[in-house]
Design a protein around this ligand. Sequence first.
Ligand code: GDP
Ligand code: MG
Length: 196
Amino acid sequence: PQKPFQTKLVLLGEAAVGKSSVVLRFVQNDFQENKEPTIGAAFLTQKCRLEDRLIKFEIWDTAGQERFHSLAPMYYRNAQASAVIYDVTKASSFEKAKSWVKELQRQANPNIVIALVGNKIDLLNETTAEAGEEEEDETATANESTPSGDSARAVPKDEAEAYAKEGGLLFFETSAKTGEGVVEVFTEIAKKIPID
Ligand code: GDP
Ligand code: MG
């Protein structure tokens, strides 16, 4: 029997981007449509089995509200990993994510593994990329009416991906609602945690 390797992970990001929902999906494979906001921070654990080792994530799910910002260093100070989350339909949340990344790069453990995560992709009315789709006339696409209730993408995937690459961050897009991409976030982080 393998002894799990403990990894402290902190979730950061603007309020309502889905931090608690991503953790809930990862830990309980569940989703709540009207999740109550986190006060202060919540603590959860979940094991993640890799081919060669077992990782036990100790997850600090922080509150996104500005009034809790001063508490964040307590949670990221000793963290080996961080998932910085934004909402793909909300540009301001991407700006906030970038400021969290900067803060981590300046103040956190220099070896911290950071994942940038664009959540709520289920809200996008995009078709999956097919060969030749990029050739489509952009203006024609933009003028098409979209069914009401659909949100448009506010953060281009390639822009976020390029930002992540430049900063040496892992990058994912997820939906806590459908579960798409969520396990991958934690598995890829786990793979990058050095064992020593
Ligand atoms: P937090 O403040 O970052 O922890 O965000 P929450 O997890 O509390 O989520 C805020 C709201 O967004 C809740 O109403 C969630 O149900 C909703 N939500 C979270 N993730 C998703 C997602 O992937 N898709 C959709 N459609 N809604 C989501
Ligand atoms: Mg929360």
